[in-house]
Ligand binder design. Structure first.
Ligand code: PMP
Length: 362
């Protein structure tokens, strides 16, 4: 096999090796089919089994209630920034948004083009280093929905549990922590996630939407942007991203074989603790961006004493086989993304590198 580096990229990100191996093995021809998954009709039996199997595995993994539809759409999480308000924010209504980072801000910007947005909470004054306390939120019981971002990929800030919104539907961008831990889907009106971190390749967007919200969808929406149509047609209104769904199916099978969401959550917490402990134990040389209690188990963001040291850190890390550690340009510094498929051995390698780099450059 070609040598694989430790890939700390934020997304598209590392995929489980058994998934890549199976996809590679069956790329020329699916067993018993004689064609690759990219060459078969999306309306034939073989793809039907892949799509239905993927949905069934997702339902099993996350315990998704019958009240919720599972959709495989395109356009990334970014299109959901628009589709959510187009479908769920009626004319004359208002939506509450809680903003804990750049992605939440982008969601607000798109929703403002559609209707009235109220900022129910934001930690921008703290440079998005934490999630807000319940007491800081100004939630409107008359809001059409409350939107939040469970994990801010750029700032490395993650909610440990969802905000309490009473009977107002909760809408969440879970792009970077979907299926990294158990999720009580019954508490949500709508969940969306671009696949390219924890679920598969880019090109598929997973949307889980509660049935009763579909009654709100305005009649004049462009067909492709209409959740009600996508739910009625079971994601087959047009040609879905077939290869992406196929890989997602393999990732879901891998997750089930790993023991499901509680098991993967335990592994993720262990990996993140190794890294945060090393940063906290560095005497202030490495400074994590997020405050304890809001720290992401998926994206560990930290700074070094100077930008010059950060540049040296990145170049030496790459030479040591630790790739993709450059922080997002808006925050700077280092970002280690350690999604479900990222191996613990890679975190251990980074911890050793951190210590050695500090010893040589401290
Ligand atoms: N939301 C979050 C939390 C993200 O991390 C990203 C991508 N990094 C997006 C939205 C945008 O996703 P996409 O590129 O799939 O549109």
């Amino acid at each position: 096999m070609t040598h694989r580096v430790f890939n700390f990229a934020a997304g598209p990100a590392v995929l489980p090796e058994p998934v890549l191996a199976e996809a590679q093995r069956d790329l020329m021809a699916l067993p018993g089919v004689g064609m690759s998954v990219m060459e078969i009709s999306h309306r034939g039996k073989v793809f039907e089994e892949i799509l239905n199997g993927c949905e069934a595995d997702i339902r099993q993994l996350a315990g998704i209630p019958a009240s919720h539809h599972v959709l495989f759409l395109q356009g990334g999480a970014s299109l959901q920034f628009s589709m959510v308000p187009m479908n769920l924010l009626p004319a004359g209504g208002k939506a509450d948004y809680i903003v804990t980072g750049s992605w939440g801000k982008k969601a607000v910007k798109e929703a403002q083009k559609v209707g009235v947005v109220q900022i129910a909470g934001t930690t921008e004054a703290d440079n998005f280093s934490r999630v807000p306390e319940a007491s800081e939120l100004k939630l409107d019981p008359g809001a059409a929905y409350v939107h939040f971002t469970s994990n801010e990929t750029i700032h490395g800030v993650e909610w440990s549990r969802e905000p309490q919104t009473g009977s107002v539907p909760l809408v969440c961008d879970t792009s970077s922590d979907m299926f990294s831990r158990p999720i009580d889907v019954g508490r949500y009106g709508l969940i969306y996630a671009g696949a390219q971190k924890n679920l598969g390749p880019s090109g598929v967007t997973l949307v889980i939407v509660r049935d009763d919200l579909l009654a709100r969808v305005p009649k004049n929406l462009p067909t492709m942007l209409d959740y009600a149509v996508q739910a009625k047609e079971k994601s087959l209104y047009n040609t879905p991203p077939t290869f992406g769904v196929y890989i997602m199916r393999l990732v879901m099978k891998w997750l089930l074989a790993e023991g499901g969401l509680s098991a993967i959550a335990g592994k993720n917490a262990e990996k993140a603790k190794l890294l945060y402990d090393a940063l906290d134990g560095s005497g202030g040389y490495y400074r994590p961006h997020a405050k304890p209690g809001s720290r992401s188990n998926m994206n560990v963001v930290f700074r070094l004493p100077s930008e010059e040291l950060e540049a040296r850190f990145l170049s030496e890390a790459k030479k040591a086989g630790l790739d993709g550690l450059k922080g997002h340009r808006s925050v700077g510094g280092i970002r280690a993304s350690i999604y479900n498929a990222f191996p613990k051995k890679g975190v251990e390698a980074l911890v050793s590198f951190l210590k050695e780099f500090q010893r040589a450059n401290g």
